[in-house]
Design a protein around this ligand. Structure first.
Ligand SMILES: NC(=O)c1ccc[n+]([C@@H]2O[C@H](COP(=O)([O-])OP(=O)(O)OC[C@H]3O[C@@H](n4cnc5c(N)ncnc54)[C@H](O)[C@@H]3O)[C@@H](O)[C@H]2O)c1
Length: 375
């Protein structure tokens, strides 16, 4: 059995999720043994506690010592957005395989540099869009790409959460442009864009508007001192795809009542598919040719429950109707990455990350110019 020695940078929510996912990938798929070699974060105390709890052999507060360490095969980057470029570039330059959370960087240009460098180095380069490996999205991809929905006419998509609706929540890196790049657009909508890229291919043009609903937040919990929110709480944009389809995308991090409403609808000339991540194991489908009929009346959509026949599902549950969850997407992602180490194909690479960042850049430009912009 082969070992993959992992160096994690960023011991927060995603750092924990990645570590668990590598562990699960070994347990569930029999992938290579992950050796949790080193973890880095900014606080000595916290990173030491993380290392002990999650089984890392060494810990450090200096991320550069992770990317240069000769005993590390894969550098796993789970820090705030603004650090991804410098860390991923340094890891690639040191010949490491790299797993980088989304977005790859804060600009289309930087992400292009990373995608090109990764190709040149010939190492595994995986971008952390979780929803790519969701069996539901894989199923929708199959429906669209097999032609079962006919010619795709329209996409209607939104990703809404209310986690930042409370104005007393303090300012954080997600609100500051030089740390996050954009607001709901990069944080949430980018996930929809990754799935759109996988299923429908390149976008051609976009035109966008944004709104900052809560312009100031306390500098820390309970403080009266306020700091400015710099990026979109809400964003909406129209899209034209290169294949001729059109669409509307939106996202909000202050969407009252919405928890994890990653929703899309793809309408084709022969059928329509609807998916909402809050109902992760259900896909709504309508096929013109075999619409259920009740005394001649068209009964509309039916619900397909994810089951072991759907790509990826069988590894977690033996029968349909038994739920899979967010962490299972992360395990499927870790599995794809481990397989990539042995030449396995994967689509969520830095090239995809760069394409999504290209669309984000076009949306941001359109917000400024008020015009249609090319992706
Ligand atoms: N793919 C997904 O589904 C998904 C979900 C959530 C977040 N993300 C992405 O993951 C990244 C991390 O998000 P999170 O929610 O885990 O954030 P987080 O704030 O929980 O964790 C980030 C960690 O990075 C650490 N860090 C900051 N500067 C550092 C440095 N110089 N060296 C080492 N560590 C440093 C922080 O101290 C923190 O522990 C973001 O880019 C975010 O967009 C992806």
């Amino acid at each position: 059995m082969k070992e993959i020695r992992i160096g994690l940078i960023g011991a927060g929510w995603m750092g924990r999720a990645h570590t668990t996912a590598f562990h699960n990938a070994k347990m569930i798929f029999g992938d290579d043994m992950p050796v949790f070699e080193m973890v880095s974060d900014v606080s000595e105390e916290q990173v030491a506690a993380f290392a002990q709890a999650m089984g890392y052999r060494r810990h450090t507060t200096d991320w550069k010592s992770v990317v240069t360490d000769p005993d590390i095969d894969l550098v796993d980057i789970a820090t705030p957005n603004s650090m991804h470029f410098e860390m991923a570039k340094a890891a690639l330059e040191n010949g490491k395989h790299v797993f980088c959370e989304k977005p790859l960087s804060l600009s289309a240009e930087q992400s292009r540099i990373l995608a090109d460098l990764a190709r040149e180095k010939g190492v595994v380069n995986y971008c952390g869009f979780s929803n790519i490996m969701n069996p539901a999205n894989q199923y929708v991809k199959e429906l669209v790409q097999s032609g079962k929905l006919g010619r795709i006419m329209r996409v209607h998509a939104t990703y809404d959460q209310d986690m930042l609706l409370d104005p007393s929540i303090p300012i954080a890196w997600r609100h500051i442009n030089k740390l996050a790049g954009s607001g709901a657009l990069g944080d949430l909508c980018s996930h929809l864009l990754s799935v759109s890229q996988m299923i429908l291919g390149d976008m051609d043009m976009v035109t966008a508007v944004q709104s900052i609903v809560i312009p100031e937040r306390p500098v820390k919990a309970g403080s009266k001192e306020m700091a400015q929110v710099e990026n979109d709480d809400v964003v909406s944009f129209l899209v034209r795809y290169k294949n001729g389809a059109i669409g509307d995308f939106s996202s909000s991090r202050v969407a009252t009542g919405r928890k994890n409403y990653f929703y899309y609808e793809i309408q084709g000339t022969e059928g329509t598919v609807v998916y909402n991540l809050e109902r992760m194991c259900e896909v709504q489908v309508y096929f013109k040719a075999d619409a259920d009929k009740d005394n001649g009346r068209d009964c509309g959509f039916r619900t397909v429950l994810l089951n072991p026949q759907h790509e990826g599902f069988k590894w977690f549950q033996p029968a349909g109707g038994i739920a899979i969850a967010f962490d299972d997407m992360k395990t499927l992602q870790a599995h794809a990455l481990m397989q990539a180490m042995h030449g396995g194909e994967y689509i969520c690479d830095f090239e995809m990350g760069a394409k999504v960042d290209g669309i984000i850049a076009a949306v941001l430009k359109s917000i400024e110019t008020g015009a249609w912009e090319r992706c």
